[in-house]
Design a protein. Structure first.
Length: 115
């Protein structure tokens, strides 16, 4: 944990390497100092079809960040701004770049090592 899942239109990856996107989001999360680097997971889901933005197929990128509860609103806001800033530099002409952060509830979280 944390998990950063990037959904995007496939066309935005024509000029930017997928590995670079993953690495830059990982680095922004790591630079926040909110997580142990070994725990950061980043995935990218490009969509060729089956998406609409404002009622039409338009380029987009959205990050869904899932983190363990316990960070302040200020910490989460700074993390959001850092990741969007990083992506804005990579995709200066992309009109829609966003992130939302959701907290995992510690009491209900479970992984393999916990059972």
């Amino acid at each position: 944990m944390p998990h950063f899942v990037i959904d995007c239109s496939e066309d935005i990856l024509n000029n930017v390497d997928t590995k670079t996107v993953l690495t830059n989001v990982h680095n922004a999360a790591n630079n926040s100092l909110l997580f142990d680097e070994a725990d950061i997971k980043v995935r990218l889901n490009p969509f060729k079809d089956n998406y609409l933005v404002g009622g039409k197929e338009a380029p987009f990128l959205h990050v869904f960040a899932n983190i363990m509860q316990g960070r302040t609103t200020e910490q989460k806001a700074a993390l959001s701004k850092s990741i969007v800033t990083t992506l804005k530099i990579m995709f200066p002409d992309l009109p829609f770049i966003a992130i939302n952060i959701r907290d995992f509830e510690k009491a209900t979280y479970c992984n393999k090592s916990m059972v």
